[in-house]
Design a protein around this ligand. Structure first.
Ligand SMILES: C[S@@+](CC[C@H](N)C(=O)[O-])C[C@H]1O[C@@H](n2cnc3c(N)ncnc32)[C@H](O)[C@@H]1O
Length: 214
């Protein structure tokens, strides 16, 4: 048995709802790029430990990670999730109703960068972020979410290993470079303290320092 299998057997329970969400991706011919269950469990625990009440997710797909996040919320908490594709948002919305969490979740359809600009300009703030949409914009997403972060907020992001490509100095492809830049921003950002947890494809976790410096 591998370490991964040991963890999955012992700690991960995917109930019938989550199984149905996965089936909805197959039935609707969607890409199979939802978070793996161990990363989703970690995200859920981080949101609980942070006591997150207002979560912003970038990249909904069929709502698998969104449902894990919604389940971490206390009474009155909310998730706003951003998705480009109208059809994916429709499937996700059906899944939220099926999961009994639709009152906690709002989906905003459109380019995430536009939605983020609008949210920032209207003075919205959040205490937990999960970045999981088009990787080429990770550095832009990070700049935007820091502006909307409450002191002590957590910023998380998937695919920070980019399938191992960030580790290969010969790989100069644009998306790889953008993810490298994102990882450097997390490590060097004056307002951040961060780490990559080597679960799935690398789940970055950063804390936004309380002002003025802790
Ligand atoms: C990796 S999937 C999200 C998976 C989801 N977080 C989960 O774990 O269940 C990335 C999603 O981001 C969406 N996306 C891609 N480019 C986008 C953009 N520019 N703005 C908003 N969403 C985008 C894709 O349509 C896709 O549904």
């Amino acid at each position: 048995m591998t370490e991964d299998e040991y963890i999955k057997n012992l700690y991960i329970r995917e109930d019938a709802v989550l199984e149905k969400v996965k089936r909805s991706m197959v039935d609707n011919d969607m890409p199979r790029i939802a978070l793996p269950p161990d990363s989703a469990k970690l995200l859920y625990l981080l949101a609980r430990i942070r006591g997150a009440k207002k979560i912003l997710e970038i990249g909904t797909l069929a709502g698998y990670s969104t449902i894990w996040l919604a389940r971490a919320l206390p009474e009155g908490g909310s998730v706003l999730t951003l998705e480009l594709e109208e059809d994916f948002a429709r499937v996700a919305s059906q899944n939220f109703a099926m999961a009994g969490v639709k009152d906690k979740i709002t989906i905003r359809v459109g380019e995430a960068l536009n939605s983020l600009r609008n949210l920032r300009d209207s003075g919205e703030t959040f205490d937990f972020f999960f970045i999981d949409a088009d990787k080429i914009h990770y550095p832009d997403y990070l700049e935007m979410v820091i502006e909307m972060a409450e002191p002590g907020a957590l910023i998380t992001a998937d695919n920070t290993f980019w399938g191992g490509r960030v580790l290969d100095p010969a790989d100069k492809e644009e998306t790889t470079e953008k993810i490298r830049r994102f990882n450097r921003m997390l490590s060097a950002g004056e307002r951040l303290e961060a780490i990559i947890v080597p679960t799935g494809d690398g789940l970055a976790v950063a804390r936004v320092k309380d002002l003025p410096g802790n």
